[in-house]
Design a protein around this ligand. Structure first.
Ligand SMILES: [Zn+2]
Length: 86
């Protein structure tokens, strides 16, 4: 099975409990519960705002990680995600 990532914030969706849900509470296959709940995105962030937010989270979770490096990686990866793909 292919490893799934949230198509909004790139968090790994390794556990069904982490999936977001539709308005009828069925799980959404593409997004995590932090990004998507009850059939809608939880915030109207732009891709840039999402990258800023995720950089902050990642640096907090991984002390010693260079913020600039994390940000550059996300700038390459995020445009491929379903939510940000044009
Ligand atoms: Zn997410």
């Amino acid at each position: 099975m292919e490893l799934e990532f949230c198509q909004s914030c790139s968090m790994p969706l390794h556990d069904s409990a982490i999936h977001g849900c539709e308005a009828d509470s069925s799980p959404n296959p593409h997004y995590c519960k932090y990004c998507y709940q009850n059939g809608a995105f939880t915030s109207g962030m732009t891709m840039k705002e999402m990258i800023d937010f995720c950089t902050l989270m990642m640096v907090q979770a991984n002390p010693g990680m260079a913020a600039q490096q994390a940000r550059e990686r996300m700038h390459q990866f995020f445009p491929l995600l379903l939510r940000w793909k044009k």
